[in-house]
Design a protein around this ligand. Sequence first.
Ligand code: ZN
Length: 139
Amino acid sequence: MYNTLEKQNQFTVDWDTMKKKKESGRVRGKNVDILDDSVYDDLTAGAEKRRLSLRVYVNKVLRDKTLKDKALLYYYPNLLKAGYEDGIIMIRDGTMDKVAQIRLMKKRLHCDLCDSDTCIHTCFATALPEFGYLFEDII
Ligand SMILES: [Zn+2]
């Protein structure tokens, strides 16, 4: 029953009404007040593109993120994001007992530790949210 209602809800969203409610502030109730405007706009655009309700889309995004984090931990148990600063992703490699610094060089990821564009650290970096930060000024 719940799933049936949820599926019906996915395709009955009136986006014009939602936009009007948002502009009037009525949709900014207890459920979405925690979001920054730019995040809210990105999420509503994503939901609208996929013809999903905002609630279903936000839950999907968060579930996907949680699953991805678990998969990363399973697949790369010795790698850990150590930080991000000034366009550099730092990845702690437990096997090498060193920190790899990943940065953009000529629009390609480059690992200072391996002096490579295609090492395990650059692969791992593409799965991190900070990967998007590297391209924030480009895209
Ligand atoms: Zn590397």
